[in-house]
Design a binder for this molecule. Structure first.
Ligand code: 2P0
Length: 331
């Protein structure tokens, strides 16, 4: 007779308004700087895990298919969980994203946050939110932030063992009347993953040191703007930080160019909206999609402008929302 311990969890994606791009420790996946993000209510990963004494290997399906490279990354994470918590069983993991996977929509953020929460519930580990954030970080740095609802700040920490590198709540979801419109420009997976992209940038971009210094200033400015409920300043800091990150990536050798032509069209459209006094700001991660920040009141105008662009294949809408949570657990 086999024994099964299972649980299901859901975790939202998040987008960084002040971004994480660089590590102070590769092994423990420690970020070089802090970051600030907003957790999105509609971009979700659903994960069910079953630790089963009858299994002799981990079995991972992603969106209904056997997971190739992503499955190996999940198995490495499960090795870590087994090692840390004295667990012997292998697991069956079924995970599903309700948005494009691996294309700069932070699927590793929601994916590893959901996995950490599901492991904690299935194994009854009783981890605190901070401990869950530390665990999720080992899977993917941005996942540490998806534990937290609303606006989250990830601390870079200074401890060698990474116990102080976790995300904390910065402001509740209601702090700003924010809508995030995601202009999808392709559903293809990106060519260079974030982990490799960061390594290349740190090793070769002459702008990397300046990026780290500028990020510290952006964190201070964004914290103050959130405290004041000042959406225009939040948008301005986020857009500037995004451009500085991409400038740093472009300075790598070979330069990392995550944009396509439609990405650039959206950036110009957002700036044209601002010239017409409609508050809209863009941010772009390690992929070609553009996330447009705007006041909920301006959503129809902003959406109409994005819909009119030939290269935009879909517009997904989200608001600040709750963090990762268990949806079902059975011992
Ligand atoms: C962020 N990104 O702060 C930044 C901005 C992409 C651009 O965090 O190596 O997938 O797994 O820790 O978390 C994407 O990096 O990287 C990311 P790993 P991750 O959202």
């Amino acid at each position: 007779m086999s024994t099964v311990r299972s649980a299901s969890a859901v975790a939202p994606s998040n987008i960084a308004l002040v971004k994480y791009w660089g590590k102070r420790d590769l092994e423990l996946n420690l970020p070089a700087t802090g970051s600030i993000s907003v957790t999105l209510d509609t971009l979700l990963t659903h994960t069910t895990i079953a630790f089963d004494t009858a299994l002799d290997t981990d079995e991972v399906t992603l969106n209904g298919e056997p997971a190739g490279t992503a499955g190996a990354r999940v198995a490495r994470f499960l090795d870590l969980v087994r090692d840390l918590y004295g667990v012997r069983e292998h697991a069956r993991v079924e995970t599903r994203n309700d948005f494009p996977t691996g294309a700069g929509l932070a699927s590793s953020a929601s994916g590893f946050a959901a996995l950490a929460v599901a492991c904690d519930a299935a194994l009854e580990l009783g981890l605190s939110t901070e401990q869950l954030s530390v665990l999720a970080r080992r899977g993917s740095g941005s996942a540490a932030r998806s534990l937290i609802g609303g606006f989250a700040e990830m601390h870079a920490g200074s401890a060698d063992d990474g116990t102080d590198a976790y995300a904390v709540p910065l402001a509740p979801a209601e702090a700003l009347p924010l809508r995030v419109l995601v202009a999808v420009t392709t559903r293809e997976a990106k060519a260079v993953g974030s982990t490799e992209g960061m390594r290349l940038t740190e090793a070769t971009s002459p702008f990397y040191g300046a990026w780290v210094d500028a990020t510290r200033e952006d964190l201070d400015a964004l914290r103050a703007a959130l405290r004041d409920g000042d959406l225009a300043t939040v948008g301005q800091v986020a857009e500037g930080n995004c451009l500085r990150m991409h400038a740093t990536m472009l300075g790598a050798e070979p330069g990392l160019l995550y944009w396509n032509a439609a990405t650039v069209d959206v950036m110009h459209a957002v700036r044209a909206l601002r010239a017409e006094r409609i508050g809209a700001w863009f941010t772009i991660d390690a992929g070609p999609q553009v996330k447009v920040l705007c006041d909920a009141e301006d959503e129809p105008d902003v959406r109409a402008r994005l819909d009119a662009l030939a290269g935009v294949t879909a517009v997904l809408a989200a608001s600040p929302g709750p963090g990762a949570r268990v949806v079902e657990a059975s011992a």
